[in-house]
Design a protein around this ligand. Structure first.
Ligand SMILES: Cc1cc2nc3c(=O)[nH]c(=O)nc-3n(C[C@H](O)[C@H](O)[C@H](O)COP(=O)(O)O)c2cc1C
Ligand code: SF4
Ligand code: SF4
Length: 431
């Protein structure tokens, strides 16, 4: 049986599954129930200065799929709306009762060193395992000079991280905002400030949909609305890319990453780990489906690790990073071609329409004159291997993309004679 335990920037955890700072980790009642369900750790809902934040009603909205499944989730909540003393008291008690579980305390304060220096000893006294700096909240707090307002300015990220390192012995995890052009800049700044790790992503600025009768976006607060923070399954591709960007950046390579964003099952978690995350955090999936989703995550991950022969999580952290490169290093001589399995094909014609209207007109629709039966065949000469038909096909596995033997060696764009900018003069190797 695979060992799911990890050590993340010196913090030992029984498994890599932590709950992200949000309503699931808002109070002792929730956190205790999460630990009972099997979560390895939590990042406590962000604490700030007293008086506590005040929230509006309503607060959430969603981007739905056709069958009303929630694809993305949006919120306009602020940080904790409970007093600092009450939170610290509960953290102390829960940590005492659950010594083998990780509690990270998320913090957000104005950019004044004194405020950070004052709060850090109080957090340390709770017995918490580390702190996470919330430089990512995109709504409400930036207007007050906190959250994303700090995370978007690398100099501030470095400065506050340094203050924290100077005022606590606890590991400092810097939580990054995705609302920035190049996430490597704040990650580098966090490292320069002495961060022990980064976590990402926080939520993405969003408006999910509108009430077209009232002419107002959701969530509606007395006839008006505001942008919120987007999360859940829909943000996973964005988060994965940002995690990979940091993992493969030579300036931050090796900096521990806690992966967050749209994780809802063991496979999502494995993907974040393979792209460089030492542990993962979950919020929306737990909010939509409850704490017990961790059971599938633990079972699924350990079964898969057994199948693959990984004895520990650490063995595959970052395993996909060397295979994530810049476009210019991809093999220009690699070729795949679509292949339709006629036994599985239900003759819906979606692949034909997609390829005919928007790709390379590489699927032939043959109609039997006598019976009217349709057959779809790929024209191998024309197919460029774009994957569109495979993505469109409703029958999983019916269309496969088959690698062709071109007989040509690896050649990237820097080596390609078709490269008009002459980069081919300088032959570079893939990372
Ligand atoms: C309702 C709600 C409240 C949140 N509050 C916080 C917070 O207080 N501090 C924080 O760092 N992140 C907060 N987040 C962001 C989450 O911790 C997480 O970074 C984000 O939701 C992406 O993960 P997910 O896709 O698993 O939800 C909040 C998210 C939601 C949905
Ligand atoms: S892979 Fe692209 S080009 Fe080839 S058949 Fe499918 S849609 Fe057409
Ligand atoms: S989309 Fe798939 S099932 Fe439909 S015709 Fe094409 S190959 Fe057949």
């Amino acid at each position: 049986m695979a060992d799911l335990s990890i050590e993340f920037c010196g913090i030992k955890s029984i498994n890599p599954f932590w709950l992200a700072s949000a309503p699931p980790t808002d109070k002792a009642y929730n956190v205790v129930r999460a630990f009972e369900a099997g979560w390895g750790g939590v990042v406590w809902k962000t604490l700030g200065e007293d008086p506590a934040a005040v929230n509006v009603s309503s607060r959430y909205s969603a981007h739905y799929g056709k069958n009303r499944e929630v694809l993305g989730f949006n919120n306009i909540e602020l940080i904790t709306d409970r007093s600092l003393a009450l939170n610290l008291e509960e953290i102390t008690q829960v940590k005492k009762d659950w010594p083998d579980r990780v509690i990270i305390v998320s913090l957000m304060l104005p950019c004044e060193e004194r405020l950070w220096a004052d709060i850090l000893p109080l957090v340390e006294a709770t017995g918490a395992d580390g702190i996470e700096l919330n430089f990512g909240c995109p709504h409400g707090m930036p207007e007050r000079g906190m959250g994303a307002a700090v995370g978007q300015v690398p100099e501030y990220v470095e400065m506050v991280t340094r203050w924290c390192k100077q005022n606590t012995r606890l590991p400092v995890i810097v939580k990054l905002t995705p609302n920035i052009t190049d996430v490597r800049a704040p990650a580098r700044a966090a490292k320069a400030g002495g961060a022990d790790a980064v976590s990402l992503i926080n939520t993405i600025n969003s408006i999910t949909h509108l009430d077209l009768d009232q002419m107002v976006a959701f969530p509606i607060v007395g006839g008006a609305s505001t942008h919120g923070g987007y999360c859940g399954s829909a943000v996973k591709p964005i988060a994965l890319n940002m995690v990979a960007e940091i993992a493969r950046d030579p300036q931050t390579a090796g900096l521990p990453i806690s992966g967050i964003g749209g994780i809802g099952n063991w496979r999502d978690a494995a993907e974040f780990i393979a792209l460089g995350s030492g542990c993962v955090q979950v919020c929306t999936a737990a909010m939509l489906h409850g704490f017990r989703i961790v059971e599938e995550m633990k079972d699924g991950l350990s079964r898969w690790m057994d199948q693959k022969g990984y004895k520990s999580v650490a063995e595959f952290v970052g395993k996909a990073v060397p295979n994530t490169t810049d476009w210019k290093y991809l093999n220009m001589n690699y070729q795949v071609i679509a292949q339709i399995n006629q036994d599985d094909c239900i003759k819906c014609g979606r692949c034909y329409v997609a390829c005919e209207d928007t790709s390379h007109q590489s699927i032939n629709q043959l109609i039997d004159a006598a019976t009217g039966t349709r057959t779809y065949e790929v024209n191998k000469e024309e197919c460029v291997g774009c994957n569109l038909c495979e993505i469109t096909c409703p029958v999983q596995g019916c269309i496969t993309m088959v690698p062709q033997d071109t007989g040509k060696p690896y050649m990237n764009w820097t080596q390609d004679p078709r490269n008009p900018r002459g980069e081919n003069i300088k032959v570079e190797q893939a990372a």
